[in-house]
Design a protein around this ligand. Structure first.
Ligand code: ZN
Length: 127
């Protein structure tokens, strides 16, 4: 990958990082509203759960974005962390923080759906 390309991705990732950090900061105080109405209670609980799930997803994303920025620094950006093949430019354009190539990502997704831990844990356990 050329320096220009790396700079382009770094810029995208830094913007994304700032954006996510901002969102997560604003969510810091998920307020727990107390209501005497039982139906409201249920609704609030559902909303809270949704908010927490979004928060989870966003902190995961932020972790991936930060990891990708670290990979730009250490020169391993754009290389699949599992099979060490180049990640296709098309995929990097769509998901600049992708740690895996498509094939490995699919394995990771499948494992996640089955309730297993991340691919990394799986690989550690397999070793
Ligand atoms: Zn791979």
């Amino acid at each position: 990958m050329t320096k220009t390309e790396l700079n382009k991705y770094r810029e995208i990732l830094e913007t994304k990082q700032a954006e996510l950090a901002q969102v997560l900061r604003n969510r810091d105080g998920i307020t727990i509203e107390k209501s005497p109405d039982a139906l409201d209670e249920v609704q609030n609980a559902a909303e809270r759960e949704l908010a927490i799930r979004n928060l989870d997803r966003e902190s995961n994303l932020l972790r991936n974005v930060r990891a990708a920025l670290a990979r730009i620094e250490d020169g391993s950006f754009g290389i699949c962390m599992h099979c060490e093949e180049d990640i296709s430019p098309k995929r990097l354009n769509a998901v600049p923080w992708a740690p895996y190539c498509i094939a490995c990502q699919e394995i990771a997704d499948r494992n996640q759906e089955e309730g297993n831990d991340s691919l990394d844990d799986l690989l550690v356990n397999a070793a």
